[in-house]
Design a protein around this ligand. Sequence first.
Ligand SMILES: [Fe+2]
Length: 274
Amino acid sequence: MTLSQSLRKLIEVNAPLWAGEAEIIRTYWTSPVRTRETDKLWLKRQCWKEYAGLGDSEGETMGMVSDLEVKLKRMVPRLDIDLDRHDLYELLEKVFVEYRHYTLFADIYDTMLDPGESKLNANKLEPWPEEVALASRRVTVKKTNPKLGWRATDFTEGGYCTMYSEGAKLKGRPGLDGQIGRACQRVYDDEYGHMMHGIVGIDDAGLAKSDWDELTQLTLEQLRLRILMRNAQFNHPLSKERISDILAGKIEPIKFDFAKAESYLEESHAAAAE
Ligand SMILES: [Fe+2]
């Protein structure tokens, strides 16, 4: 079972931007911009991403857990009537998994505190401007383009898991770096399959050439916004010049694992056929 030529092309045009995100994270670990304060800041910001998602909660506070509270009230009475049980399963699983990621990073943050410093408080987390730009664009595209909007978000979500794969390389080091490495490995193990399903699933949508072209523009736009979001999250380890080069595609693309993607494709078709 192989990926379509259109999907291969979509992956190939996006691969340089995935490499850009990886370079930001890899550079940060040994960068002179890295301090205890910037470590606390990126962890806190990552907690926002895991806890709040796109920040479009219907609940009283930001975040997917608060949003779930509202959604469950609406959904539970409709279960097995006009609500598919698998749709509820998917929602619960998504919130559970993201919440687990939140706890992994929040726990590291709390271990870094000096006496007297306040612990992390989920409901007081806030996004940063570049994260707002990315999330609000995703929310808009999902609303204005119901056919391709969510596919663009699914394709770009996690950014080929480069933050987690680069973070996982710290595993085995002493102290904070080792903790970050272990947390990133756990998140990577959760997210990799999820991300691959988001990518290979596009082939089942029966898209026309014009849809593929539009999806290419939407995904490139979101991955460019991700580059700015990550560089700001990690206190700008890459210079403005290097970021411009990456955005212009002057970077060795990431090596996409096509064999693994094809095995995910087979797996999802086998599950659908059951
Ligand atoms: Fe996550």
